[in-house]
Design a protein around this ligand. Structure first.
Ligand SMILES: Cc1ncc(COP(=O)(O)O)c(C=O)c1O
Length: 424
C-alpha cells in the first residue's frame, strides 16, 4: 500500500509521484516550504494568482467581511459583496452583458454557460442541440465541461458517458482558413446551439495561441447563424493577455462569458457566468419551467465575492496596468533571446509564442509530444530544484506569473530556463 498520507492529490498518479512540497507561507510571487526553501511561483498557482500570495489588502478585506457575514444561502437572499461585484463585472465587460450568474469554480462556470445556451433554445421551442468546440480545448473536469473539451487521456475512461460535440480545428497559425471553413460547413446544418472557445490562448491543451482577427470572423459567422457564442475566459481573464479579457481584442463579443481563477486575485474559489440581455430574456417568464434550475451551496459566497471586489480595487488603481505592460515587455525580450540562444549543448526550442503576459515555447523532442512527454518530469524537477515553480505541459514550457512579480524574479525564471536548455 502507499505511504503518502491521507490525501489523494489531483492530476497525480499517486504511486509514481514525488512527495508533495509542503508550503507553509506565501508572499508576493514567492512560496516558502517547511524547510525555508523559496520558490518563485511562475505559474500563478494554477493560473489563479494575480496580485501575489497572501496579499495584505485582500486579507484585510476578507477578515473584515468574515466578522460580518461569512456565508448565506443565495436563493431568496442576497448580499452587498455579490451585488457590488456583479455591477463591477458588468462595467469591466464594457456593457456587453447584463446579468451575472455565480458559481464556485471554472468548470461550474462552464456548466452554467452550457445550460444557459441549451435551455435558451429549448425555452424558445427551437430544436438546436449541437455544440461546436475547438480541438485541443480544455474547459474543465465536470462531465459537461469535459464533454466540450477535446477527448484525451484524462477523459478517456469516461468517453462513452460524454455528450456528443463537434470539434473544429482552432485558427492556429496556418490553420485559420481551415477553421473558418469547418465552422461554415457545420453551420449549414442549422442545428448548432452554441460555440464554446478559449479566446486567443488555449491553456491546458498546450498554451496554443491564435490571433484575434480570426476569432472575430468565427464569432461573427456563428452569431449571424443564431449560434450562442460562449467565451471561456477562466484562464485568459483578468489581464493575462494584456487586456482585462481576451475577448476585448475583438469587436464582436460573445453572448456568454465564463470567468473564475483570477477573479478573486487567486484567493478564494468563485466562478461567474455573464450573459447578454437576450439570453436572460429567454428565461424571464411567468412559466416556472423556463427558469435556470442550477446552483451550488457556496454560490456567491460573501467571502469569495469580497476577495473579488478587493482584487478589482487593486486592478482599478492607477499604475496597476504598468505591471502588466512591464511583464509583457520582459517576456518579449526573453522570447527574442530564446530565438538566438545557442550554446554547445543547447536543446532546440520551437513555436515561441506570446500573448500579453503569457509566454510559451516547445522543447524539441524525438518522442511523442503532449502531456505525457518524458521531458515534462525532467524539466519540472530541474526548475523546482532551482527554486522556480514551472509546470510544463508535456514538452511545452510556459510562464504565467502574478503581476506583482519583480524584475529580478523574472530574470531568475528566465535564467533557470536557459540553464535547463543549455544542459547536455
Ligand atoms: C479555460 C479553462 N476553463 C475551465 C477550467 C476549469 O476551471 P477549474 O479548474 O476551476 O474547474 C480551466 C482550468 O484550468 C481552464 O483553463
Amino acid at each position: 500500500m502507499d505511504s503518502n498520507g491521507p490525501i489523494w492529490y489531483p492530476f497525480t498518479q499517486m504511486k509514481l509521484a514525488d512527495e508533495p512540497i509542503h508550503i507553509v507561507r506565501g508572499a508576493g510571487a514567492l512560496l516558502a516550504d517547511k524547510d525555508g526553501k523559496l520558490y518563485i511561483d511562475a505559474v500563478s498557482s494554477w493560473w489563479t494568482n494575480i496580485h501575489g500570495h497572501s496579499n495584505p489588502y485582500i486579507a484585510q478585506k476578507l477578515y473584515e467581511q468574515s466578522l460580518q457575514l461569512e456565508h448565506v444561502i443565495f436563493a431568496g437572499f442576497t448580499h452587498t459583496p455579490a451585488l457590488k461585484l456583479a455591477l463591477r463585472l458588468l462595467i469591466h465587460t464594457e456593457g456587453h452583458f447584463s446579468k451575472v450568474f455565480y458559481s464556485d469554480n471554472g468548470s461550474t462556470a462552464v456548466e452554467v454557460a452550457l445550460k444557459m445556451a441549451l435551455q435558451f433554445h429549448s425555452n424558445a421551442g427551437v430544436n438546436k442541440k449541437r455544440i461546436v468546440a475547438f480541438e485541443n480545448s480544455y474547459h474543465g473536469d465536470t462531465f459537461g465541461s469535459m464533454s466540450v473539451s477535446d477527448r484525451g487521456a484524462f477523459s478517456q475512461p469516461f468517453h462513452d458517458k460524454l455528450f456528443d460535440v463537434t470539434f473544429i480545428t482552432p485558427p492556429l497559425p496556418g490553420k485559420e482558413q481551415e477553421s473558418i471553413n469547418q465552422l461554415t460547413t457545420f453551420l449549414a446544418n442549422n442545428d448548432v446551439a452554441a460555440f464554446i472557445y478559449e479566446p486567443l490562448v488555449m491553456g491546458a491543451g498546450g498554451m496554443l495561441m491564435y490571433q484575434p482577427e480570426y476569432l472575430e470572423q468565427l464569432i461573427a459567422l456563428a452569431k449571424s447563424n443564431g449560434v450562442i457564442c460562449i467565451a471561456d475566459e477562466v484562464m485568459t481573464g483578468f489581464y493575462r493577455t494584456g487586456k482585462i479579457f481576451a475577448s476585448h481584442y475583438c469587436e464582436t463579443r460573445p453572448d456568454i462569458m465564463c470567468i473564475s481563477k483570477g477573479i478573486t486575485g487567486g484567493t478564494m474559489a468563485l466562478g461567474a457566468t455573464l450573459c447578454a440581455t437576450h439570453i436572460f430574456e429567454a428565461f424571464y417568464s411567468d412559466d416556472k419551467m423556463k427558469a435556470l434550475y442550477h446552483g451550488h451551496s457556496y454560490t456567491a459566497n460573501p467571502l469569495a465575492c469580497t476577495a473579488a471586489n478587493a482584487s478589482l480595487d487593486i486592478i482599478e488603481q492607477a499604475g496597476f496596468i504598468d505591471n502588466v505592460i512591464s511583464i509583457t515587455s520582459i517576456q518579449s525580450d526573453f522570447a527574442e533571446r530564446l530565438k538566438t540562444f545557442v550554446t554547445a549543448t543547447t536543446k532546440e526550442v520551437t513555436n515561441i509564442r506570446q500573448h500579453g503576459t503569457i509566454l510559451a515555447f516547445d522543447v524539441v523532442t524525438p518522442h511523442q509530444t503532449g502531456y505525457f512527454n518524458e521531458l515534462r518530469d525532467e524539466m519540472y524537477r530541474f526548475f523546482i530544484g532551482n527554486g522556480v515553480l514551472l509546470r510544463p505541459l508535456g514538452n511545452t514550457v510556459y510562464i504565467m506569473p502574478p503581476y506583482c512579480i519583480n524584475v529580478e524574479q523574472m530574470v531568475k525564471i528566465h535564467a533557470v530556463i536557459l540553464a535547463y536548455l543549455a544542459q547536455p
